[in-house]
Design a protein around this ligand. Sequence first.
Ligand code: NAP
Length: 271
Amino acid sequence: MSTSKRTIFITGCSAGSIGHALALTFHARGHRVFATARTLDSMQELHEKGIETFKLDVCKTDEIQLVKAKVAELTGGSLDLLVHSAGVFNQTPFSDLTMQRIRAEMDVNFFSVAEITLAFLPLLLESTDARVLLLGSVAAYFPTPFYSIYNASKAAMAQLGNTLRVELAPFNIKVIQTLTGPVKTNILKEEKLPPGSLYTPVKHSYERSNPDVFGKAAIPVDGFAEQLATEVLKKNPRYVIWNGANAMVWRMLATMSHATGWIGSCRIRLV
Ligand SMILES: NC(=O)c1ccc[n+]([C@@H]2O[C@H](COP(=O)([O-])OP(=O)(O)OC[C@H]3O[C@@H](n4cnc5c(N)ncnc54)[C@H](OP(=O)(O)O)[C@@H]3O)[C@@H](O)[C@H]2O)c1
């Protein structure tokens, strides 16, 4: 796949994101990139470089159908690579969440992936060597406290990816997913503990955990995108790619915890 010019559709391409960096990388390598984000302004740099940009909120069915139709028209009805990079991350104790917030996070991180894959399937079937790339997370494996819905959404996405890999293989569609550790983008924010939370005794550690644990470790997004673009366009790519900061450590811990149940014995101390 790596040598010829490919058509590539990417969600979540606002400035500073993985989608944005991937769009620049694929474009620089001569591929035809269709980059999308909730606002066109957030993709100004991509537009200036000649990348085709489209407005897409991944939770809006009408926008998905509209952009699918435009891409089909521009490519003559096919697509070689569909990249799901739109995503949201919220750190909040489960006890402080509402069903509205839970559904909203699952909508972006999981249901949109299913809906967009379904919408673009007819285009992927027209390619002679199609791929789908899911930006997954090590969170799929680790029950990091206060990330409950993010962890659940990434676990659901991982298993959707594993199953689609098998179901779509007979049609020459390769489904590839990443299990990514921290990368420097806009995703990590400092979070305040909601007033009256059950976890008020550990407020300080709660509010420092993102910047201290993940923020400091995160790797630059450009190099991350370069490596991922190379892997995903290989003739025989790995189907599961552990990448991002400390990828090998996450992988080893996931294997250990799977084998021993060790992760289930972790505790939060409220003193
Ligand atoms: N960075 C990491 O450490 C890391 C690690 C593991 C996995 N990942 C995964 O990698 C993917 C990309 O994340 P990132 O690090 O690039 O984070 P990011 O910088 O926050 O980018 C996320 C992108 O998703 C977009 N998005 C959010 N809601 C959307 C919606 N309803 N419709 C369309 N686009 C929407 C954002 O657009 P707006 O700018 O408009 O909000 C932004 O372009 C995510 O799926 C994330 O879970 C990231």
